[in-house]
Design a protein around this ligand. Structure first.
Ligand SMILES: [Zn+2]
Length: 125
């Protein structure tokens, strides 16, 4: 899958400030916007990468603006945690995680944020 990574993204930075989170990965179209985490650190976390790649696929499947709308509508209907696009990404993330060492698994849980866009934070242990 073709995708781009932007470090120190102003978009992700705003999300991070709003969420008071130490790290955010946010997907817009084919680009993963990072703040509080470097490209290398992000790529090392296979579960997280698989999760965000799933959002990129969702953008491609539904179309840019349409997916943002569908994501927002789904969030308003069932909440962020049960948002089917997040559920799908979470499952993809777990599959990606299988390749990780057990020791790394412990701190690899990724949480969707309460933003109306596909943004996720990595839970610190
Ligand atoms: Zn997500």
């Amino acid at each position: 899958m073709k995708y781009k990574i932007v470090e120190n993204s102003p978009f992700a930075r705003i999300a991070r400030l709003v969420l008071k989170s130490s790290n955010v990965a946010m997907v817009l179209g084919k680009t993963i916007h990072l703040s509080g985490v470097k490209r290398d650190g992000f790529l090392k976390d296979r579960g997280w990468v698989a999760h965000e790649l799933c959002h990129i696929r969702q953008f491609q499947e539904h179309g840019y603006l349409r997916f943002l709308w569908l994501y927002l509508r789904e969030s308003m209907r069932v909440g962020y945690w049960n948002n089917k696009y997040e559920v799908e990404a979470r499952i993809a993330g777990l599959k990606g995680e299988r390749d990780m060492l057990i020791a790394e698994k412990a701190d690899s849980s990724i949480n969707p944020t309460e933003l109306p866009i596909p943004a996720d934070v990595k839970k610190e242990v």
